[in-house]
Design a protein around this ligand. Sequence first.
Ligand code: FE2
Length: 393
Amino acid sequence: MSKQSPFKYSANDLYNWLTTDPNFILLDVRNEKDFANFAVEGPVCIPYINIPYFDFIEDVPGSVAKVPKGKKVRIVCAKEGSSKFVGEQLVENGFEDVGYLEKGIKGWGNMLTPVQINGGDDSFELHQMIRPGKASLSYMLISNGEAAVFDPSRNIPVYKEFAQERGAKLVRSFETHRQADYISGSVELSRNHAVETIGRDEDFRGADFPYTAATDGEIFKIGKVQVKVIHSPGHTLGSICLLINNKYLISGDTIFIQSAGRPDLGGKCREWSRYLYLSLMITIRDLPDDLLVLPGHYTSWDEANDELKFVDTLGNLKNYNNAFQYVHEGKFAEFIEENMRPQPEVYANIRKMNAGWMEACEDEQDTMDLGKNECGASNYGKVGVSAESERQG
Ligand SMILES: [Fe+2]
């Protein structure tokens, strides 16, 4: 009987298995450092082991012997090639159900998976586009033949096709702030897809792409839906939240489910902590408790609800979100300062990319864009990829 070859699976396949049938071993063949810095994270934990590709090169039998037998094996590497090779070695040695990840960890890093937030009486659609590889959340709003995206990643085809499938044209892109942790799709959407980008001057003044400056309280229309701008400085000076039909609050990096966005990224921690504190304790706290808050990031899947959506009422957040629990601004600033840590070096270049001041080829953008976000005030993820994994392929 001829042996089966290892098969190629997509990042979306991996997410679907993790959420519906997590019955496999995940074998990561990147080097130990890259594995430690950034790994696949899903809503459930599965057996996930690391045996570097170079171990397989040096000692195939010894490395194969480390892989538990009798289970499906799904392999991850930096780009695709190494895991295909390792998959072939496993199949040669009697493993039967072996897959390797299309485009490697970068495929996982860029993948978006949509979940619809609303239903019921709403005459529009609102979808949360979860990016598990970055722990980031963008959104799509569809109404009456028009679509808007909020904080898009650079995976533009997904957003455009998503709108098209619903008979809508992507007309606007809202930026809750100039992102530091991932490359935004808005520059490309604005330059080459005739999509109007909306953002605040404090964050985008001088940007090298067309954008519309948003003012506090301004209302934009997408189809029949109202999107109201609420200025909420702190994470950045130009941070905004976007209130959709007085019911949903896209909160960017101002407030997450369990914490708030870090205010130290601009290098003026004390000053911006105060802005953030006032945005949270006045601007956000004054909004109605029944608003559904839709954040720009999460830190862990513990923040998702039973339907694996990152959403809760503002009333609940006021009760349990750490950011609302400080007796005065001094305690809040102390917490921020105690939790400060250096931001990844790549953030400086990502900021430039997101103002249109820097160009990079696709491969460079993939590398810059890889890794879990570090935007939360209590988020200790690590970002980066080593040159070694670049060479591995
Ligand atoms: Fe951010």
